[in-house]
Ligand binder design. Structure first.
Ligand code: NAD
Length: 341
């Protein structure tokens, strides 16, 4: 199997080469995969892609023409793949559903704590010899209500971690998780969760019915001063509505690891460039906004699991024994949309 890996960085090459042990013919490309770069995949049997590669109908058609048979996602989310087109071109799509839910859940907690206690601002103040506490007042997490939207692998770990802080937990999910119920998560309708939570944290996938789940109407339902955290996918949030809520001081804190237009920004060193995205730049001006560049997954354990599971998916594809959990099909996707209604 000849595999073309797109959007690769030094760390991808390191972990994949280490796990591969020369079993497969791996070629690492730095550019994102889209219609303009798809020709790089000629003569390959499979492509391996990440969160910001764009596998729309045109790209998939090109890949199929080149004889590509396998799309191996190095991530859990599959919102960047047109699954109907993949089905039409008989392309098999596999993913890594849970490479380290702990990494993402722990980063989520990190954003909550850093924002609440303004650790990012305190760090800069102390370095400048400014030991004033003005403006740094936080709140106890103990007995606060946290609303978890999407209680799958990651959401469930966030719930478990928050029980350690003594938080009240509300959950919203189209498929409630019995493990979360056992932890004391109280499942409610989304509107109830938005109205009652001091912190809202998003862990559902980006699918058509979750696109801009947090829009102006949702923000209006939330408590004044609420904290909103998104470590899932940027498209869950209407960024302009969030900026308005921040300006009106209705949104108290915003912690993001993902951003809807992140593909033009994240994973690159743009420190010598002029960033052209005015919406993103506006977000950065707020003292109560903390953004990390899609790094929630970025732990040693997660990178190792991504490489291992991806290469196992490749092996299973060859033998026709793909783990159903790792297979992404239009049918599964359609079932999800139907059950959400
Ligand atoms: P998961 O599939 O285990 O859990 C997702 C949960 O969302 C499921 O319980 C599902 O029932 C629920 N859900 C689906 N549609 C919903 C809807 N319309 N409304 C409410 N709930 C809905 O996935 P996971 O492993 O917990 O990952 C969650 C998301 O985290 C992924 O979709 C991915 O986008 C994101 N992620 C981000 C990073 C990062 O580095 N920031 C890393 C990994 C995953």
């Amino acid at each position: 199997m000849k595999l073309a890996l797109f959007s690769t960085k030094k760390y991808d090459r390191k972990f994949f080469t280490q796990v591969n042990q020369q079993q497969y013919d791996l070629t690492f490309f730095e550019p994102h995969l889209d219609t303009s770069t798809a020709p790089l995949a000629q003569d390959f049997d499979g492509v391996c892609v990440f969160v910001n590669d764009r596998l729309d109908a045109d790209t998939l058609e090109q890949l199929a023409e080149y004889g590509v048979q396998l799309i191996a996602l190095r991530c859990a989310g599959f919102n960047n793949v047109d699954l109907e087109a993949a089905k039409q071109h008989q392309l098999t799509v596999v993913r890594v559903p849970a490479y380290s839910p702990y990494a993402v859940a722990e980063h989520t907690l990190g954003l909550m704590l850093a924002l609440n206690r303004q650790i990012y601002r305190a760090y800069n103040r102390v370095r400048e010899g400014n030991f004033s506490l003005d403006g740094l007042i936080g709140f106890d997490l103990y007995k606060k209500t946290v609303g978890i939207v999407g209680t799958g692998e990651i959401g469930a770990i966030v719930a478990r971690l928050l029980t350690g802080f003594g938080c009240h937990l509300l959950g919203y999910d189209i498929n409630p998780n019995p493990d979360c119920e056992a932890l004391g998560v109280n499942y409610v309708e989304l509107d109830h969760l938005l109205a009652a939570a001091d912190i809202v944290t998003l862990h559902c996938p980006l699918v058509p019915q979750t696109y801009h789940l947090i829009d102006r109407a949702a923000l209006d339902k939330m408590r004044p001063g609420v904290m909103l955290i998104n470590t899932s996918r940027g498209g869950l949030i209407d960024t302009n509505a969030v900026i308005t809520a921040l300006k009106e001081r209705r949104l108290g804190y915003l912690g993001l690891d993902v951003y809807e237009q992140e593909s033009d920004l994240f994973f690159e060193d743009l420190s010598n460039d002029v960033i052209q995205d005015d919406t993103f730049q506006r977000l950065l001006t707020f003292p109560n906004v903390l953004i990390t560049g899609h790094q929630a997954f970025f732990t040693h354990e997660a990178l190792m699991n991504i490489a291992k599971t991806t290469l196992k998916n490749v092996a299973d594809f060859e033998t026709g024994t793909i783990d159903p959990k790792n297979l992404v099909t239009a049918e599964k996707f359609l079932r999800r949309t139907q059950s959400a209604r």
